[in-house]
Design a protein around this ligand. Sequence first.
Ligand code: PLP
Length: 452
Amino acid sequence: MMNAHMKRREFFKTSTLAGTGLALGAGGLATRAFAEVDGKPAILGGKPVVTQGFPSWPVYDETEEKALLSTLHSGHWFRGSGANVGRFEDAYSKLTGAKHCLATSCGTSALFTALGALDVGPGDEVIIPPYTFVATYNAVVLNYALPIFADSDLETFQIDPKKIGAAVTPQTRAIVPVHLGGSVADLDSILAIGEKQKVPVVEDACQAHLAEWKGRKVGTWGRAGCFSFQASKNLNSGEGGALLTNDDDFASVCYNFHNQGRARQSTGYSFAYSGSRGSNLRLSEFQAGILLAQMTRLEAQARQRSSNAEYLTSILKDIEGIMPAKMYANCTRNAYHLYMFRFLKDRFDGLERGKFLQALQKEGVPCSSGYEPLNKDKYVQALTQSRHYRKLYTEAELKHWTERNSCPQNDQLCSQAVWLTQNMLLGPRSSMDQIADAIRRIRKNAPEIARG
Ligand SMILES: Cc1ncc(COP(=O)(O)O)c(C=O)c1O
């Protein structure tokens, strides 16, 4: 960010540097040819394996600056008067092959719009995975419907279609699988359940830009597909979102919903009542301008991530106790928003995952344990005490909801998962070797690290 004292020229210089995607840490750009797998672990006082850091995020240069300045000077800052949002919608639908794209203020509002347009409301059930960001859940409870958790598939980290089938009831109004981490949920099985039960599928593709199932982009398979352009995402405008659909009527209901229930032809203060509920969930012209600029790098970055992630998997899978998330055979492209694996502590001499993560961080590898079980979260559990839910659902219905709310596979997944973020896959291949070397070093010294 430009601070008050930073001159414009300095701002450009800094931005251009950031545009290279390189994080220039205290260690500079020096690269090491050989990682010291045999050396002392950094957590026990040794030198970290990773020397050059990882690329920072976001990546930007003059393209974004020009986009922002031209919107600023145009004076057209919202979609009602500017052209950027429409241009972005055209570009994103062309890129994904979707018939319609509706830009929204964020991924949550894209989901909220999709469920609102499906008329999800009190008394309805919506099936979601427990292994997801809380937004998937919030989009359901904002409509006062019941979120029903279908357990995870331990191997792929995705929602288990068998558990979806078992969770469907006459109250089910939508199924919302999440393409978690940029990989793809088992769409064939999920769409077949939806078709058989006559329940629409809304893809939460908030983490899966450019991911594909059988060669076709995710977000174009269900009634709707929802994307997020929040700051951490592979396509980023700070905040932002989009909804894709191939259904003309549904597209216009979604448009009206995101525009205060007003139809496209409404002008000025006339309402042009569309018959839909609504809110203001519109994307701004500034955000659309940034997205168009970011899209110029999207494909190249995606290829770089895939190439590094595939290489990383090829070397990690030989380390006992490290289980990279598998992909379904029909996932023909993984967006790798996250690189995810399971850590099996019994193959690391009983080393606790928390200690493993600390040791890996000390070796210079940023990592985390990912999601906690959402279905068990206090926030979610509090649903049965909600004043509104107690008005809308009987005691017996809420009790039954609690009884259904068990996801043992997901509990195990949450206790074993390790995540690396997408920006780490934008560096050189040598960084992938260093990640693997750091893990090997920890494994070799697991008993000492456990004691330390
Ligand atoms: C799976 C999933 N769904 C929904 C969202 C919500 O997107 P946003 O933050 O743009 O509202 C996110 C964002 O992190 C997400 O990861």
